[in-house]
Design a protein around this ligand. Sequence first.
Ligand SMILES: Cc1cc2nc3c(=O)[nH]c(=O)nc-3n(C[C@H](O)[C@H](O)[C@H](O)COP(=O)(O)OP(=O)(O)OC[C@H]3O[C@@H](n4cnc5c(N)ncnc54)[C@H](O)[C@@H]3O)c2cc1C
Length: 298
Amino acid sequence: MSINPHPTLPDFDYIKPDNIEEAAKFLVEHPGQSRPLSGGTDIFVRLRDGVWKDKFLVDIKHLDGMKEIRFDPSTGLTIGAAVNMNRVDLHKVIHEKYSILAEAARSCASYQLRNRATIVGNICNASPAGDTIGACLLLDGVLNITGVEGSRKEPLDTFFLGPGKTKLKIGDIVTSIQFPLPAKGMQGKYIKHGRNNLGDLSIVGVSVVGVPDKRVASGFRMRLALASVAPTPLVVKEVEELLARKNISLETIIEAAQLASIACNPITDVRGSARYRKQMAKNLSIRALTNVWKKLNG
Ligand SMILES: Cc1cc2nc3c(=O)[nH]c(=O)nc-3n(C[C@H](O)[C@H](O)[C@H](O)COP(=O)(O)OP(=O)(O)OC[C@H]3O[C@@H](n4cnc5c(N)ncnc54)[C@H](O)[C@@H]3O)c2cc1C
């Protein structure tokens, strides 16, 4: 992969289909040359740098339901694929019931960028550093997808196959992401560690949600997901198992954070070494777990 030393946007055709079927058909008829366009915040950088070479960008933002946020008190939350991150951050119900999602959205880049960037774009781009993906995984997000063969649902926990690789097939368009109702008393926290506070990508990101649960020995179910420490966003099952089994205290939280660090398989890059990432995964896991633990205890 070579980076264009004199970056400018290459020529491309902008396609505005009338409906989702037309969009999917166009994508299938132009494999390797076209992709769905949402906020464009990943796409335009990649096109400018010559990493992607698409000839057609197929806009999906205006299609039915893409800009809707719906909350149904009996089934949960649905966020249209073209809803930008600022709308997620400012939505009252999301703040009240799915606060970690608003917090994760708010951690991305700048206000200006969040006016374009979408949660679904963050997911489809499948960067291990995607800041909103951990929250979506812990909230049991499910993608609604339409392709040329019809519509289907894809749970997020099996969606990611590698950096930039997902279960999406050519012609697939994610129309929305849905979340079930949160368990009563759910608390969450996202901690992002970047090189600066100006919206850099994360060196390590830690998402934690916790709920009271009488069915487990500790009385609480705590879940943890990590960003930027493995080829795909990582939910550390061992943390959930340990904190369900043992009484929760600072000691068990440190033990759980150590498990999170062991689960990491990070790379060394310009933002941090693998060793630093593993250590920070532990430190930030302690902080995030403690924060949620304190909130659960009022
Ligand atoms: C300056 C800058 C700062 C950034 N900072 C952060 C940050 O702090 N944290 C972070 O996580 N990310 C960051 N990013 C990356 C980017 O903003 C996010 O990944 C964003 O969420 C992408 O959403 P989008 O709507 O712009 O996606 P797009 O660029 O439109 O699309 C991204 C990819 O997903 C595909 N796609 C998009 N929507 C769909 C759909 N509905 N169905 C099928 N495929 C789809 C596209 O075809 C493309 O391959 C930053 C980017 C820039 C330029």
